[in-house]
Design a protein around this ligand. Structure first.
Ligand SMILES: *[C@@H]1O[C@H](CO)[C@@H](O)[C@H](O)[C@H]1NC(C)=O
Ligand SMILES: *[C@@H]1O[C@H](CO)[C@@H](O)[C@H](O)[C@H]1NC(C)=O
Ligand SMILES: *[C@@H]1O[C@H](CO)[C@@H](O)[C@H](O)[C@H]1NC(C)=O
Ligand SMILES: *[C@@H]1O[C@H](CO)[C@@H](O)[C@H](O)[C@H]1NC(C)=O
Length: 676
């Protein structure tokens, strides 16, 4: 061996040139050294066979070629013998970090041996013999070699316990002591943990020889922070003074058999008469990840990166699905209570209504009814066209009563009533399902000035609608098994079916609002101009308050004007008063809707009948109004309209004064929806 100091200087020079220089530290007098990575180590290491130092600083003992062996030997012989004459072998301690990249996950061969002794491997064999010995000299005391084998093949002839063991070898590959690979984990109170030598992961080994006790102890551990387990994996007593002769070298031998494994060293240190110097774990090169190692790395990646991501994605999708289901459930959530079971057949599922109206999209919106939006829908199963009215209600108070009423209303069958098919209840929301009326509401025809596409209604049509509404009202007041008050008769609540028949809609909704969620806002509901004076005063609806509104309705249809209109001159036109005035002046036909024809292209007798009946019905005194049955008889001509004198027809001062009194300065009338 050449002068080691020269190489050290060369190493320092190399380092000075910015090259990662030899990592060899310490006095290289054969007493102590450390390799933390092997870059530049060809200075102090002698390599043979397939052994090379890779650019990253790994000492690659075998390179994936079969049936080869290699050696890496520290060039300087160890100063093992004590200087006293006939001195025995001194204590020494070595440590190294290795890694085995197997060609298959569960198979590799053959292994690595750390040795101290005679370094003549000219006749050594690969494979089972680990590049250390051969068939003939195995077990021969002349070998003068001590080794620690990391054996990954079970060789029966050497009594190997398995294919993953650590053994102490003295001149022979039949170990003097052997143990399956593993370690006693100090972190868990010394519990034994298996280690797989061919895991592709770096592991650390310590080999201690204590000269006084002649005890050899071998420790194995996964590569952590360099901490040595306190309990050896395998130990033996052998007086190495009787085994080793000078010059004794330290090094590694490795071999492959038929399996193309790769054996690597990452770092190594040794000291005579002292603990092995610490290897700088942080600066060790990384094990390569190819061959199976790449697969292993891939599976590591799978385990450590992809798996968490996949898990996270799975968890997220489960959460998303749950949210979707919950949202879907809440989207279609209904309120359904015990007492409703008796109304079963009238109950619609919210889901059906949601689907029917395409999720209550604005394109299905028919309009804003008296109490909520009305959507057109097509029921999914029956393909029946319906109108769905969404009525919000604040509290559940009175809702039971109201639903009962809805069901009652649902029992109403009359060709002049919009058929209520059923209902659905959600939190704070009531959905009423009606027959769909293709021609919309009457008010659009009366005041549809802006919309020229709507047909103009001639007198005959109007009269038929008036009679129809009267017939519908008569039915609910008198011909049904209980008296039902409509409460909100007006042109916008009269709908036209396909044959332009007038049909009353929106029954009893006013009552829902009378039940009122909020007692503070309990108010008379109805529409200004249709509101009977006594209803405004007492809030008590009766068939006669319906008759009053019906009167206003007749005048509205005949005159084509709203019951209360704002006009330029006096600010307000109360239709009843205006008609009454013309009756006084016997110019009744002047109030008729001008669009009905200047040439009086209508049945004047019918028109006058309608106007007079309208005035009668809108009489401020309830007692002076006819019942709906009488009104019907007058309309049908079954009974002549009683000849009333204009003085009998009192001024509708009640209404007038009511309006004056209740009108706030701003001009809006609380509790009343504007006549339309
Ligand atoms: C060590 O390796 C370097 C470059 O790889 C080479 O130039 C040098 O000659 C080698 N030294 C020995 C002693 O093999
Ligand atoms: C392995 O080393 C042997 C001997 O040095 C060489 O012949 C072979 O090409 C090497 N194989 C690889 C894959 O590097
Ligand atoms: C084995 O040892 C004996 C002496 O014990 C020696 O004669 C023989 O040559 C050795 N064999 C080998 C192969 O080294
Ligand atoms: C080990 O062997 C040497 C040489 O035979 C001897 O001098 C020494 O006392 C032995 N040590 C022990 C602990 O037996």
């Amino acid at each position: 061996m050449e002068n080691p100091r020269l190489f050290l200087v060369a190493g320092i020079l190399l380092a000075g040139f910015g090259v990662v220089a030899a990592v060899l530290q310490g006095d290289d007098d054969g007493k102590q050294f450390v390799y933390s990575g092997f870059t530049g180590s060809n200075v102090s290491l002698s390599l043979d066979g397939t052994a090379v130092v890779t650019p990253s600083g790994l000492l690659e003992l075998t390179n994936g070629t079969a049936q080869l062996s290699s050696h890496a030997v520290h060039r300087t012989p160890l100063s093992l013998r004590s200087s006293s004459p006939g001195g025995g072998v001194r204590s020494f301690s070595a440590s190294f970090v290795f890694g085995i990249i197997p060609p298959y996950p569960d198979q590799s061969g053959h292994g690595i041996v750390f040795f101290v002794g005679k370094a003549d491997f000219s006749t050594a064999l690969p494979s089972t013999y680990l590049g250390l010995l051969n068939r003939a000299n195995n077990g021969n005391a002349t070998n003068h070699i001590f080794g620690v084998e990391l054996d990954t093949i079970q060789s029966i002839e050497f009594k190997d316990p398995n294919d993953n063991h650590v053994g102490i070898d003295v001149n022979s590959l039949e170990s003097v002591a052997v143990h399956p690979a593993g370690y006693y984990d100090d972190e868990t109170g010394g519990a034994f943990r298996d280690l797989l030598l061919i895991s592709g992961k770096a592991m650390q080994v310590w080999v201690d020889y204590e000269s006084v006790s002649t005890e050899i102890r071998v420790f194995l551990s996964p590569l952590k922070n360099g901490a040595k387990p306190s309990t050896p994996l395998v130990s033996a007593r052998r007086n190495l003074s009787e085994v080793l002769v000078d010059p004794a070298y330290a090094g590694f031998s490795s071999s492959t058999g038929t399996l193309r494994s790769r054996h690597y060293l990452l770092g190594w240190s040794l000291a005579i008469d002292g603990p092995a110097p610490l290897i700088d774990i942080g600066s060790l090169p990384k094990l390569p990840q190819f061959g199976f190692g790449a697969k292993q790395a891939l599976s590591n990646v799978l385990l450590e990166i992809v798996l968490p991501i996949v898990t996270a994605v799975l968890v997220l999708s489960v959460v998303a699905v749950v949210i979707l289901v919950v949202r879907r459930r809440s989207k279609y959530a209904e309120v359904r209570e015990e007492w409703e079971s008796e109304f079963g057949p009238h109950r619609f599922s919210y889901r059906d209504l949601f689907l029917a109206t395409e999720g209550f999209k604005s394109k299905t919106l028919l309009g804003f009814g008296g109490f909520g939006r009305v959507h057109k829908g097509l029921l999914p199963k029956s393909k029946l066209e319906v109108a769905v009215k969404k009525v919000s209600h604040g509290s559940r108070q009175g809702i039971k009563e109201f639903v009962a009423e809805v069901v009652t209303i649902g029992r109403l069958r009359h060709r002049n009533l919009v058929q209520l098919l059923g209902y659905c209840r959600r939190k704070g929301e009531l959905l009423l399902v009606y027959d769909y009326m293709p021609n919309g509401s009457l008010d659009k025809y009366l005041y549809g000035g802006k919309d020229d596409t709507l047909d103009f209604l001639d007198w005959a049509q109007r009269f038929r609608i008036i009679k129809g509404v009267a017939s519908g009202l008569l039915y609910i007041h008198e011909d049904f098994d209980q008296v039902i008050i409509h409460r909100d008769i007006k042109a916008s609540n009269v709908l036209l079916d396909a044959d332009m028949n007038g049909r009353l809609g929106d029954f009893g909704l006013a009552k829902l609002y009378d039940h009122g969620a909020d007692p503070q806002t309990t108010h008379v509901v109805g529409t200004m101009g249709y509101l009977a004076p006594e209803l405004a005063r007492t809030g008590k609806a009766s068939p006669l308050t319906d008759v009053f509104a019906f009167g206003a309705f007749i005048l509205e249809v005949t005159c084509g004007r709203r019951p209360v209109e704002l006009s330029m001159d006096d600010g307000r036109l109360v239709l009843v008063d205006w008609v009454l005035e013309h009756w006084h002046t016997e110019s009744l036909l002047e109030v008729v809707d001008a669009r009905l024809g200047a040439d009086y292209d209508y049945d004047a007798e019918e028109v006058v009948l309608a106007l007079k009946l309208g005035l009668m019905c809108s009489h401020p005194l309830p007692g002076a109004r006819p019942s709906m049955r009488q009104a019907m008889q007058y309309l049908e001509g079954d009974m002549p309209l009683p000849e009333l004198t204009p003085t009998q027809m009192m001024q509708s001062e009640g209404l007038d004064s009511f309006i004056q009194l209740s009108e706030p300065s701003s001009g809006t009338i609380s509790g009343l929806s504007g006549g339309r």
